[in-house]
Design a protein around this ligand. Structure first.
Ligand code: ADP
Ligand code: MG
Length: 292
C-alpha cells in the first residue's frame, strides 16, 4: 500500500484539480529539471479563430473560405474546426467533397469538384510543389504577428491563405515564472511555424523553442533532452503529444485534452489551468519529504 504521505499528497493535489496517477508523478516530478510544453492547447487556449483571408487573382474571399471549409470539414484539427465555423458564420456554401485525407502535422489533401486540393502549412504545400512566392511576404508578416497561416492550392496552384490566431492562456506567463523559480527550465515544442512559436515564447519568457515539429519528432526531442540524464517532464493536450508524454519521465496532460493524451500521462491537470504545474511540483516535493 502507498505511504501515508503519498495518500495525503494525492488528496491535497485532488483539491487543487490535479490528478497524480502514478508513482512517477510523486517520485519523479520533484527531480525534473527540464519541462517541455506544447504550444497549441497547452500554453494557448487551443481555440483558434480566423482573422484574415488573403486571395490571389481569380478567386474571391468567400469562395476561398467555402472551398477551404469543404476540405477541412472532416478534419478534427482545431484549425479545421475554426475554418468551418467561420465559413458557417459567413453563410458560405461549401462545395461537395469526393475524398479527404488528413496529413498529421501538415494539413489535408482532398478532392473537390474534380480538383486536387491541398490545405495546410506553407511548408507542406511547398513540399508538394506549390509555388507560394506571390504570398510569401504576406505569410511572413502574418506569422511574425503570431498567426498560424494555412495555404490553399487547387490543382497545384496557390489560391490564397487564411490566418488564424489563438490566445495565450492568461495564467501562462505567471506559471512559467513559477516553474523557473522552482528550478525548472521551460522549453516549447510545437508543430506550428517558427515565427509564431517564437512570438508566443518571447511573450512568455521561454528561451528554447522547437517549432515545425511533426508528431513523432516531439518524443525525439524529449529523448534528446534526457541524454545528459536530466529528468524531463512533458506537458501536452493533443494526440500528437502522446508519444512525447510516454517518453518523458513525467507526462502531464491538460484535462481539456484528447483522451489519448490523458491515457498517456502520469499527471492530469483536471482544472485545465497551467498554473497547477508549480503547485503539483510543490506537492510532489512535500510528500517526498514527509516520506523520509
Ligand atoms: P501543434 O503542435 O501546434 O498542436 P499540429 O502538429 O497539430 O500542431 O499541426 C502543425 C501544423 O500543421 C499546424 O500549425 C498547421 O499549420 C498544420 N496543420 C495540421 N493539421 C491541419 C489542418 N487540418 N488544416 C490546416 N493545417 C493543418
Ligand atoms: Mg496541442
Amino acid at each position: 500500500s502507498a505511504p501515508l504521505s503519498i495518500v495525503r499528497g494525492a488528496g491535497e493535489a485532488a483539491e487543487q484539480g490535479i490528478l497524480m496517477r502514478t508513482g512517477e508523478a510523486f517520485q519523479g516530478f520533484r527531480l525534473v529539471r527540464k519541462i517541455v510544453l506544447d504550444k497549441t492547447g497547452t500554453l494557448t487556449e487551443g481555440r483558434p479563430v480566423l482573422h484574415e483571408v488573403e486571395t490571389l487573382d481569380g478567386i474571391g474571399a468567400d469562395e476561398l473560405l467555402a472551398f477551404t471549409a469543404a476540405a477541412e470539414a472532416s478534419s478534427e484539427h482545431p484549425l479545421a474546426q475554426a475554418v468551418v465555423k467561420a465559413a458557417f458564420e459567413r453563410g458560405a456554401v461549401p462545395p461537395e467533397v469526393d475524398s479527404f485525407e488528413a496529413m498529421p502535422g501538415k494539413g489535408v489533401v482532398a478532392r473537390i469538384e474534380g480538383y486536387d486540393v491541398l490545405v495546410g502549412n506553407p511548408r507542406f504545400l511547398t513540399e508538394r510543389g506549390v509555388d507560394l512566392t506571390a504570398l510569401a511576404e504576406r505569410i511572413r508578416s502574418l506569422e511574425e504577428a503570431g498567426r498560424t497561416v494555412i495555404a490553399v492550392a487547387r490543382n497545384g496552384r496557390a489560391l490564397g491563405c487564411l490566418a488564424l490566431g489563438d490566445t495565450i492562456r492568461s495564467e501562462a506567463s505567471g506559471a512559467i515564472q513559477a516553474l523557473r523559480k522552482a528550478g525548472m527550465v521551460p522549453i516549447m515544442v510545437t508543430g506550428d511555424n517558427a515565427r509564431a512559436a517564437r512570438r508566443v515564447a518571447s511573450d512568455l519568457g521561454i528561451d528554447e523553442v522547437h517549432a515545425g515539429i511533426l508528431p513523432d519528432g516531439k518524443a525525439e526531442i524529449v529523448r534528446r533532452l534526457q541524454a545528459d540524464r536530466s529528468r524531463v517532464a512533458m506537458v501536452g493536450d493533443g494526440i500528437n503529444d502522446a508519444p512525447a508524454l510516454m517518453q518523458a519521465d513525467v507526462g502531464i496532460a491538460m484535462g481539456g485534452g484528447t483522451d489519448i493524451a490523458i491515457e498517456a500521462a502520469d499527471i492530469i491537470i483536471l482544472s485545465n489551468r497551467i498554473d497547477a504545474l508549480p503547485v503539483a511540483r510543490m506537492i510532489s516535493r512535500n510528500s517526498y519529504r514527509k516520506m523520509l
